[in-house]
Design a protein around this ligand. Structure first.
Ligand SMILES: Cc1cc2nc3c(=O)[nH]c(=O)nc-3n(C[C@H](O)[C@H](O)[C@H](O)COP(=O)(O)OP(=O)(O)OC[C@H]3O[C@@H](n4cnc5c(N)ncnc54)[C@H](O)[C@@H]3O)c2cc1C
Length: 392
């Protein structure tokens, strides 16, 4: 892969909306991505391997629990800083951002929000430092968009809980030390439980042959009569709203992350178009390529505004689930369209691993599907504005 020459676009001077702390956090993440992710990511994606050596650096830039209070090992930052960190990491690779999103919003968040004080103290500092890695088990083979139908369940056996079932498509599963698992009790109510690697009957086979998020490890969680200590049940919240609350936080991060992938594709295409000469002039001087590039920067700018405003609303505790759905849906679609257009700007070179665009494009095929599919987010907006839920 070529040297990382990335320069972030800021067409509407959005930096004026950021505090000094926001800019510092962003620049630390940006520098680290250039130093640590860019030089190795292509090789790991080609090999379909998660670069585990990045875990320490991710912890150092505050990517594990950016908004978790410092007393629990988190970075204690606001929602805009959290978004900017996700943007920068996904500029490097959506798979690495996925690892950080899962750790922060799908593992640390539920332990922080729904866990007991003992659970917070036991797990959060180790998750923040990367000593423990976590995964989040909601999706099942027969229940993806409809997680409320899950069949994974546990029975109260007096001194422990007995967990049975299977989860599919779980990011970080193959190497995670702990899993936040969503399962039904005997009354059919959903609860979060913490399963630990090494518990008898708990296995995490890896899912192979992915053409997308190749640098992120994905797997299954299989529970065959796993004895879960009662103190590993998250006591603070139950029902489907509990996992959905985690997804709100993760989807918000994705809305920013997708901007990073789009910015990288745009920046690469712009530089290439200025340098690539055909018919005696740079292709950037042709109207067709200018149309592509002009539309890209317009869409990136709109997405930046959407994400920034959503961050302000989240800081104020006012962002709704439907507003988060809109931003996730819009920004991921924006990024995938830009990746497809940018690839064409590079002609044949666009399909190679010399440039990041094809990898971003393939990664975004997962991002547009996970954490609620593109369709489901549209239906969430539809239900919100009409009052009619069309997907149940
Ligand atoms: C790489 C990767 C990593 C993932 N990581 C995790 C993870 O860490 N943890 C986790 O729990 N899950 C994870 N997932 C799972 C992901 O969230 C699901 O794939 C997603 O929710 C969709 O579920 P599904 O794949 O079963 O598709 P389905 O729900 O079967 O959907 C198939 C199609 O039908 C459409 N559809 C479904 N219902 C309706 C409806 N009512 N109306 C109209 N259209 C509908 C969908 O939009 C989609 O296009 C991951 C997935 C991938 C690909």
């Amino acid at each position: 892969m070529r040297p990382d020459l990335f320069e972030a676009p800021d067409y509407y001077q959005l930096d004026d909306l950021l505090s000094e702390e926001h800019k510092l956090v962003r620049s630390a993440s940006r520098d680290w991505v250039k130093r640590a992710i860019s030089p190795v990511i292509e090789e790991y994606a080609q090999r379909a391997e998660f670069p585990k050596q990045l875990i320490g650096g991710l912890a150092e830039i505050g990517a594990f629990g950016p908004y978790i209070p410092e007393e629990y090992g988190g970075a204690g930052l606001d929602q805009i800083s959290y978004g900017l960190i996700m943007q920068e990491i996904e500029r490097g690779d959506s798979g690495i951002r996925s690892t950080a999103s899962v750790q922060s919003s799908l593992v640390m968040y539920p332990i922080w929000k729904y866990g007991s004080e003992e659970q917070r103290k036991k797990y959060l500092p180790k998750l923040a430092s990367g000593e423990f890695m976590g995964c989040f088990g909601l999706t099942e083979p027969d229940f993806g968009s409809n997680p409320g139908g899950m069949v994974t369940n546990f029975k109260d056996k007096g001194d422990h809980l007995l967990l049975n079932g299977a989860k599919l498509w779980i990011s970080n599963a193959p190497f995670a030390d702990i899993a936040v698992v969503w399962a039904k009790d005997e009354a059919g109510r959903i609860h979060g439980l913490i399963a630990e690697r090494g518990m008898e009957g708990f296995t995490t086979p890896e899912t192979h042959n992915k053409w997308s998020l190749r640098a992120s490890a994905t797997g299954e969680l299989i529970f065959d009569n796993v004895k879960i200590p009662k103190e590993n049940l998250l006591p603070g919240k139950s029902g489907l709203g509990a996992p959905l609350g985690c997804l709100d936080s993760a989807r918000y991060g994705i809305a920013w992350g997708a901007i990073g992938a789009a910015m990288d594709c745009y920046d690469t295409a712009l530089r290439y178009a200025k340098e690539r000469v055909q018919f005696g002039k740079p292709i950037a001087a042709t109207q067709l390529q200018q149309k592509k590039l002009a539309e890209m920067i317009t869409e990136i700018t709109k997405a930046q505004l959407l994400a920034w405003r959503l961050g302000v609303l989240r800081n104020e505790g006012k962002a709704t689930t439907a507003q988060i759905s809109m931003a996730k849906r819009n920004n991921v679609e924006m990024a995938i369209k830009i990746a497809r257009e940018a690839r064409q700007v590079l002609g044949g070179m666009g399909i190679t691993g010399e440039y990041s665009i094809m990898r971003h494009m393939m990664n975004l095929e997962s991002v547009i599907t996970y954490e609620g599919t593109h369709d489901i987010h549209l239906l969430i907006t539809g239900a919100d504005i009409t009052g009619f839920n069309a997907f149940k």
